[in-house]
Design a protein around this ligand. Structure first.
Ligand SMILES: C[S@@+](CC[C@H](N)C(=O)[O-])C[C@H]1O[C@@H](n2cnc3c(N)ncnc32)[C@H](O)[C@@H]1O
Length: 249
């Protein structure tokens, strides 16, 4: 893996800038998450489809945001633990899910020292791994805390979409990139790391996962009513991608 940049312009570490962005966005993100088309009618249905039935399972919702995935898993009878870097997101996940589930602040890039080995049937990490420069320590920990036969389902921005969107000239590198979001109310600069397709798949394999599904999703019908332009575009080119890795028996 070639990492291009660790720190940028205003000298703050990238993680601090990501945290600041999500602390700013948290309330609006939570207010819109139930029906925002890219989340509700593009990411979630396709990611949940790969996760399958969770009744009675122990689920880890890594980078849980305001706890919308957790809410769905809890409704289905799962036992849910979630964490997020942003204290506001964690507070919102607790508020959304009441006393059900367990939510705490934690940085994905740090070891999951609070968990013993083989605790979870399933880990979901939706739309968050692109905030992490080096996936190897994260995936190594995900593998450790999963039971044998357990599944990890991730959704990320599609590598080909990002390559085009960020006008990259260095496909093979992991590059820090910045986008300005306006879909959650105020305009916020969001830093992340774009990477090649190989840099999505190979760390999963290196860290002990059998990749058994890769989805280039299509939006579901409800998307069209809310945002027909993006519905048409997403039916011709993917913005996100979902991958499932299984921890072998
Ligand atoms: C696009 S949101 C997705 C939230 C949730 N997974 C969902 O799909 O509704 C990305 C989340 O990743 C969290 N995040 C970013 N960097 C993180 C890190 N290093 N550790 C844990 N969470 C992080 C943000 O705070 C934010 O809540």
């Amino acid at each position: 893996m070639t990492v291009l940049w660790g720190r940028r312009a205003n000298n703050k570490p990238v993680k601090e800038k990501i945290l600041e962005a999500y602390e700013t966005l948290a309330e609006q993100y939570n207010a819109r998450i139930d029906h925002k088309p890219h989340n509700a009618y593009y990411d979630r249905p396709n990611t949940l489809n790969l996760i399958g039935d969770v009744k009675g399972e122990r689920i880890l919702d890594a980078a849980c945001g305001p706890g919308k995935y957790a809410e769905i898993f809890l409704e289905q009878g799962a036992y849910v633990t979630g964490f997020d870097l942003s204290p506001k997101m964690v507070a919102l996940a607790k508020a959304r899910n009441g006393a059900q589930g367990e939510f705490f602040e934690h940085d994905l890039s740090q070891p999951l020292a609070m968990f013993e080995d083989a605790q979870f049937n399933c880990i979901v990490c939706a739309l968050a791994l692109h905030y992490i420069e080096d996936w190897n320590p994260v995936l190594n920990e995900f593998n450790r805390v999963l039971k044998k036969g357990g599944r990890l389902v991730i959704s990320v921005e599609h590598p080909f979409f990002e390559y085009t969107y960020f006008k990259s000239k260095r496909y093979f590198d992991v590059e820090e990139v910045t986008a300005t979001w306006s879909g959650f109310g105020e305009r916020v600069k969001v830093h992340s790391f774009r990477r090649s397709l190989q840099e999505v798949i190979q760390p999963l394999v290196t860290n002990g996962f059998l990749v058994d599904a890769l989805v280039e999703p299509k939006p579901v019908a409800e998307f069209e009513k809310l945002d027909p332009k993006h519905f048409r575009e997403l039916n011709t080119f993917p913005t996100f991608m979902m991958v499932r890795g299984i921890k072998p028996n």
